[in-house]
Design a protein around this ligand. Structure first.
Ligand SMILES: Cc1ncc(C[n+]2csc(CCOP(=O)(O)OP(=O)(O)O)c2C)c(N)n1
Length: 182
């Protein structure tokens, strides 16, 4: 399964959760599949989707889902340690691991040898799952009491989707409204 279908599967189960999407094709594919005010398309800062998600999780009660890439997770591994230790219960990090820097041409990352699921466990995440062995819908409906890391192994490949035709300000402002919306 490629990223596009993986995001589609995830979105079939989403209701009012706030979602932070990684830079590049993850955001573009999400925009094509299911644009909504609750999506924050992170445009510039590779590696920082999980940090942005953590800040949001700590500052309000809504559930946060971060869709990150393996390359970006590797770029900011320290964020896993910070999240696991802060441990907000309303935080779910899903790493779409295509073993590649997909958005810039599928150059291989090191996750063929380096196991992000084991790293998340070692960082201290209590809830660590392989997406293919869980029922994501059930997980979302549960009242989790700790932060969650989900490893979703996928094949490399970007869908033929357009760019996001929202300005950075539009993305930010409508997302802030969605965060504040009771
Ligand atoms: C600091 C920094 N380095 C490089 C880039 C260029 N860049 C944008 S997306 C990307 C690849 C991201 O790969 P990954 O996180 O694995 O996600 P994928 O695109 O494979 O879903 C790169 C290298 C950037 N935006 N910022």
């Amino acid at each position: 399964m490629k990223r596009f279908d993986a995001i589609k599967k995830i979105m079939e189960n989403i209701s009012n959760e706030l979602l932070i999407a990684n830079i590049g094709f993850p955001s573009r594919e999400l925009y094509e599949i299911c644009d909504r005010n609750e999506n924050f398309y992170m445009l510039g800062s590779m590696g920082l989707a999980s940090s942005i998600g953590l800040g949001l999780a700590l500052s309000q009660d809504k559930k946060i889902i971060v869709l990150d890439g393996d390359g970006s997770t590797l770029m900011n591994l320290g964020s896993l340690v910070t999240i696991a230790n802060q441990n907000p219960k309303n935080f779910i990090l899903i790493v779409l691991d295509n073993h590649a820097y997909g958005s810039t041409g599928n150059q291989e990352t090191y996750t063929k040898n380096t196991n992000l699921l084991k790293i998340a466990k070692s960082a201290g995440f209590k809830n660590v799952f392989n997406y293919n062995t869980i029922n994501f819908k059930d997980l979302l409906s549960k009242n989790l009491i700790e932060s969650t890391f989900i490893h979703f192994e996928i094949e490399p490949g970007n869908a033929d989707v357009g760019v996001i035709d929202l300005s950075p300000d539009e993305i930010k402002n409508r997302f802030i409204k969605a965060v504040k919306n009771p």
